[in-house]
Design a protein around this ligand. Structure first.
Ligand code: ATP
Length: 441
C-alpha cells in the first residue's frame, strides 16, 4: 500500500476503478442509483477471484464444510424467527431544519449537538429504522404477501441445517458455506463499495458441540486471519477488534471483527461470532420442526452451537485493492502498480506484440491461443510497449509476454515481471510451464 495521504488514496482508487473498468456507479447515466455499484469487466474478474479464493479455502480444501446456494426470497417467518423484523434496526435521527438523516452513532454529541450539515440544533429524537427491504410476492400487496430481501445469507443456512446434515450424512463439527447477495437499506451508505445497499456476502456457519464452541471459535479466528495473510502483502493493515458486550448482536456470545485500515480509517471487514444455539432454537420454535443433532455414539440429542465467519465480498475486494495499490517513481513520473496476489489479479498474463505488423500479430495471437486455456489472459497491441506495460501494472497483471521481431526467427518470447520488472527470454514451446512456475500455479 502506498503512503499517499488517506483522502488522496481513496480518490485515486475510486478514479482508477472507474477508469480501468473495475467499478462503475450503478445507473450512472441517470445520475446513479443510491449507493449501488456495478462491477465492470476487470472488477467482475477480481471479485470472482476473491469469491473463488474464499470458496477454495472454505469448501474445496476442507472435508468438514459443504456449500449451499439458498434462495434470496424466503418465507417471511424466517425473519421473525431470526429477530430481524424486530431488531434489525438502526436509530435514525433527522434534522428538522435541513432534513439531513443520520445514524445516531454518527453524531459525536448525540441529538443534543448541532446538525453536522446545517449547524442548527434541531435534531429530532432517534427512531427505529428497519434496514430490511420489503416487497410483495404475487399480484396482491397485503400483509399476507410480504417478503423481505435477505439482509444476510446465514438464515438460508440455518433453515437448511437438517437437509444438509441428512443428505450429506455430516457429523459434528461441520460447516455450511454460502456466497450470495444481501440487501440492507442503509441510512448512510457510502465510502465507495464499503457500505452499499446491495452487496455480496461470503458466510460460513460451523456447527459444533456446545462445549467445543470456545475452542473452535479461537481456531476460526486464526484460520480467517491467515486467509488475509495468504492473499495480501501488508499484514499490518489487518487487525482484530473485540466487540464490547453492549455492541454484540443479540445472538452472539463471542464476537470479534477482523478490521482493515481503509483510507477512511480502521473498519470492520469480517465478523466472527459465536451465535450459540440461538438461530436453530428459534427456527425450531417458529417452524415447529425440531432442528437437533443426534449423536449415535453417545445417544445424545442436542441443539448444536454455531461459529460464524461473515465477510462482504465487496468489502474484501476493496480491502485487497487498497492493500495492493502502490506508486513508485520512474523515468516518466510515477508508476502505478496494483500488487495483487496472482490468484486475485483479473488477468495473470498479457500478450503484447512489439508492433502491430501483421506477421507479429499472427505469431502473437497463436501464442495467446496457447496460453489462454491455462491462464486468465488478455491481449493488447495498441500504443508503445512502455505504455502497455504501465497499463498492465495498473490493473495488476503479474506477467507480460512480449513478442518481438526476433521471435519470428528464434521462436522465443520475453516474460516481464510486474513486481521487479525483470525480463527473461523463453522458447514459445516452454512458455506455459515457465509462466506456471513464475505464477507459482
Ligand atoms: P457494519 O457494522 O459495518 O454495518 P455489520 O456488523 O452490520 O457491519 P454483519 O452483519 O456482521 O455486518 O455482516 C457481515 C459482513 O458483511 C460485514 O463484515 C461486511 O463485510 C459485510 N457487510 C455488511 N453490511 C454491508 C454493506 N452495507 N455493504 C457492504 N458490505 C456489508
Amino acid at each position: 500500500m502506498t503512503e499517499a495521504p488517506p483522502g488522496e488514496l481513496f480518490d485515486k482508487l475510486v478514479s482508477l476503478a472507474k477508469r480501468r473498468g473495475f467499478v462503475f456507479p450503478s445507473s450512472e447515466i441517470y445520475g446513479g442509483a443510491g449507493a449501488t455499484w456495478d462491477f465492470g469487466p476487470l472488477g467482475v474478474e477480481l471479485k470472482n477471484n476473491v469469491k473463488r479464493a474464499w470458496w477454495r479455502s472454505m469448501v474445496q480444501l476442507r472435508d468438514d464444510i459443504v456449500g449451499l446456494d439458498a434462495a434470496i426470497l424466503m418465507h417471511p417467518k424466517v425473519w421473525e424467527a431470526s429477530g430481524h423484523v424486530e431488531n434489525f434496526t438502526d436509530p435514525l435521527v433527522e434534522c428538522a431544519s435541513c432534513n439531513h438523516r443520520y445514524r445516531l452513532d454518527e453524531l459525536p454529541k448525540g441529538v443534543e449537538g448541532p446538525c453536522p450539515n446545517c449547524g442548527e440544533r434541531k435534531l429530532g429524537a432517534p427512531r427505529k429504522f428497519n434496514l430490511m427491504f420489503k416487497t410483495f410476492v404475487g399480484p396482491v400487496e397485503d400483509d399476507a404477501s410480504i417478503a423481505w430481501l435477505r439482509p444476510e445469507t446465514a438464515q438460508g443456512i440455518f433453515v437448511n441445517f437438517d437437509n444438509v446434515q441428512q443428505s450429506m450424512r455430516k457429523r459434528l463439527p461441520f460447516g455450511i458455506a454460502q456466497v450470495g447477495k444481501s440487501f440492507r437499506n442503509e441510512i448512510t451508505p457510502g465510502n465507495f463499495i464499503f457500505r452499499s445497499r446491495e452487496f455480496e456476502q461470503m458466510e460460513m456457519q460451523y456447527f459444533v458441540r456446545p462445549e467445543d464452541a470456545p475452542r473452535i471459535y479461537e481456531e476460526w479466528k486464526e484460520t480467517r486471519r491467515q486467509w488475509y495473510r495468504d492473499l495480501a502483502e501488508h499484514d499490518e493493515l489487518f487487525r482484530f477488534r473485540e466487540h464490547s458486550p453492549e455492541e454484540r448482536a443479540h445472538y452472539a456470545a463471542q464476537a470479534f471483527d477482523i478490521e482493515f485500515r481503509y483510507p477512511f480509517g480502521w473498519k470492520e471487514l469480517e465478523g466472527i461470532h459465536n451465535r450459540t444455539d440461538f438461530d436453530l432454537k428459534r427456527h425450531s420454535e417458529y417452524s415447529g420442526k425440531k432442528l437437533e443433532y443426534f449423536d449415535d455414539a453417545t445417544n445424545e440429542r442436542f441443539v448444536p452451537y454455531v461459529i460464524e465467519t461473515a465477510v462482504g465480498a465487496d468489502r474484501a475486494t476493496f480491502a485487497f485493492l487498497c492493500a495492493a495499490y502502490d506508486e513508485e517513481p520512474d523515468k516518466e513520473g510515477v508508476r502505478v502498480v496494483l500488487r495483487l496476489h496472482r490468484d486475485l489479479a483479473p488477468y495473470k498474463v498479457a500478450i503484447l506484440p512489439l508492433s502491430k505488423k501483421p506477421e507479429l500479430s499472427e505469431l502473437s495471437r497463436s501464442v495467446w491461443a496457447t496460453v489462454r486455456p491455462h491462464f486468465q489472459s488478455t491481449y493488447d497491441e495498441t500504443q508503445a510497449i512502455g505504455r502497455r506495460y504501465r497499463r498492465q501494472d495498473e490493473i495488476g497483471t503479474p506477467l507480460c509476454v512480449t513478442v518481438d521481431f526476433d521471435s519470428l526467427t528464434d521462436q522465443a518470447v520475453t516474460i516481464r515481471d510486474r513486481d521487479d520488472m525483470s525480463q527473461v527470454r523463453v522458447k514459445i514451446e516452454e512458455l506455459v510451464p515457465a509462466l506456471r512456475e513464475k505464477l507459482g500455479a
